[in-house]
Every structure is written in C-alpha cells, then in structure tokens.
Design a protein around this ligand. Sequence first.
Ligand code: NAD
Length: 391
Amino acid sequence: MAAASTLQILFKPYKSSRNPYHNPRRNYSRFMCSVASQSTPKSYKITLIPGDGIGPEVISVAKETLQLVASQEGIQLQFHEVLLGGAALDSTGVPLPDETLSAARQSDAVLLGAIGGYKWDKNEKHLKPETGLLELRAGLGVFANLRPATVLPQLADSSTLKKEIAEAVDIMVVRELTGGIYFGKPRGFGTNDNGEEIGFNTEVYSSSEVDRIARVAFEIARKRRGKLCSVDKANVLEASMFWRKRVTKIASDYPDVELSHMYADNAAMQLIRDPKQFDTIVTNNVFGDILSDEASMLTGSIGMLPSASIGESGPGLFEPIHGSAPDIAGQDKANPLATVLSAAMLLRYGLGQEQAAQRIETAVLETLNKGFRTGDLFSTGKNNMSRRKRY
Ligand SMILES: NC(=O)c1ccc[n+]([C@@H]2O[C@H](COP(=O)([O-])OP(=O)(O)OC[C@H]3O[C@@H](n4cnc5c(N)ncnc54)[C@H](O)[C@@H]3O)[C@@H](O)[C@H]2O)c1
C-alpha cells in the first residue's frame, strides 16, 4: 500500500491529549524559524534533499505525507529537489553545489534524507559527502540541533532496555551544531617532535557560541519539566571548563529552571541506567552527536528519531538523525518515520503550522497502534512488514 494512502486512512481529527509529541503547555513560538513567526502565509517553498542510500526512500514517504497534510490544512507547499553528498559528488564533483546552498537559503525550510556511503569513504576530506552536510549546516547558520527522544507507549517493547526503564522516557537533547571540534582550527595532519605522523583537531568555543545554545536549551527546558542537564568534560578539557562557566552564568537568567552538570562519560552511563532522570540535555557538537544516537536506542530504533536544526534567522534544516544506512539501501527495509516526524518538526518549528504537525504525529501513532512495524522495530506479534507494504 502506498505510503500516503495508508496515512490518509489513518488521518483523523487530532486530539493533542493523545499525542505524546505535543505538550499543550509548551509554547513553541520562541524557537520557530523566522518564517514561522510571520503573519501566517499559507504558501511555502520547501527544499528537499534526498541525498544518498536510504535518503531518497524516506524522503519520498515524507514528501507524500507533507503533500497530503498540506491539502487537508489548505497550505501550499512548493518543493524544489537538490543534490547533496555522494549524489552531488557524482553529478557535480563537489559535495555541496552552490545551487543547493542557494536554493536552501531561499526556501522557507529544508528537509534532508541522509548522505554518505561506502563508495565515497576513501575520498579526500573536502570531497567527502559528510563535508557537504557540515558546510550546509554552517551555510544556513543552524547552530541549535533539537533531538527529541521519546519512548512511545507502542514501542516500549522495542527498546533494548527493560520496559520499566524505557517506558515514559521523554528527553530533548539540544546539541550545539556549528562549533566545537568538528570545525575548530588548527586541524590536520603533521609530524610530532619524534618524527611520528599525527592527526589533530581543536575543541574551541567562544562565549557567544555557548551563550546562544544555552539560552535555547534553557527556554526549551522552561517549557518542558524545568530541568536542564549540561553535559561536558570539565574535569579534563579547558573548552569544557569554559562551557560550564558560561552555562552557569546564563542560568542566572532562568531561576525557574533547575540546572545540573554531568560529565559526558557519566551521562552515557546514566542514559542507560536511569534515562527518566533527564528532561532537557544541552551539550557540545561531538558529545551531542554521540549521546543523541545513544538516546535513540532507548526509543527502539534510530529509525524513529527526527531532528530540527535552527538558527537565529533563515530557514531551518529538518532531518532524521540516522545516516544513509547503505547496508539496507534499496531493499525496502528503511523505517521512514524519523523523516516523517522530521517533516512534522518542519511544520511546527519551520513554518509555524502546529495543527498540520500534529496531524502527522497522530497518523504515525495510529499506524503504530495498528501494529505495523518495520524490521528495525521487530517485535513478536506485530506486523513486521516491509515499509512499502505498510506505510
Ligand atoms: N546526517 C546524515 O546524513 C548522516 C548521519 C550519520 C551517518 N551518516 C553517514 O551514513 C553512512 C552510514 O553510517 P552508519 O552506518 O554509521 O549510520 P546509519 O545511521 O546509516 O546506520 C546505522 C544502523 O542503523 C540502521 N538504520 C539507520 N537508519 C535506519 C532506518 N531509517 N530504518 C532502519 N534501519 C536504519 C542501519 O541499517 C545500520 O544498521 C556513513 O556514510 C555516514 O557517514 C550520515
């Protein structure tokens, strides 16, 4: 059954009380991209970037879903598809063509599948698919990456943790996205004093970079359960000591939010031991990369987790947290829900279309309620069918 037709059957008048993704107490307007806070235009330009591997498979489902919900909500969506990553390298010789960045900048929101694959693994760094993605994020100035990890009641059995540990987990990881060791200079290869070859990178943050991500995280925590845990390695790294000092300073503007600090290694352990202790987590680029992937396993599968990346102005970038999964690409095994839920985040944070976002989330929950599962969510007694047949 085609993706959209299945979802269409499941689309019902939404009720926010049934939707664990949506908290009626939360006011999302503070985090919306600039277009989302304008006087509700109903026509939007969306840049679609399918990318590589399973990217095109999951983007096609998300596009159909967006088209369907747009028609139901009276919204006009104009899609413009562009290349990034390996697909762009094969076609243009660079991982981020100028046309892609310019189309993304001129649109109201960007929806990305995933990039990367074995074929380009040995490329020089500037010709790697991942370089294109990092350049796109930097080019859009999206410094705050919001990664919700919500264990849905329907999927508590799919978590690798015991049900009593996993159920009701609801964490928002706020990851700094455009600074830190992934961008810091100096970086490169060289030779040390002993004549040995070395590789090196630099973890560096400025006060403005830490302050702005801390403010986003405090605002989010304030609208959730009022608890923010800042994760660092301040016992070892100067950049982390500085991070902790700045986050603590910003905390004085948010007396209603309870701030705690945790070392990254302990956070990795606590996420498995007692994940319900966390509400909102804020952390740097590299720790956020690792911890949000770890948090994803609490929810059952990396195939379930959406993300939103937003900046101070301009379009946001919405993408699943998983990669291009070359091991299952082209086999109709990919779970498209992380991308479909990213499309819901696009509607909420990118366009300010809250009702349309909730329609998608409700349809996802209803699909799971009916017992449909992709292989990554396998569990006994469910319809573990291929995506094309079931979504
Ligand atoms: N944002 C991105 O585009 C992004 C993020 C991470 C990795 N990558 C790239 O993706 C490639 C593969 O990386 P990786 O294997 O480390 O990570 P991955 O997320 O692609 O895959 C990890 C595992 O999860 C499975 N998986 C991922 N998404 C799934 C889905 N939607 N449904 C079902 N199963 C899914 C895969 O089959 C694999 O077993 C690499 O080239 C990497 O650089 C891209």
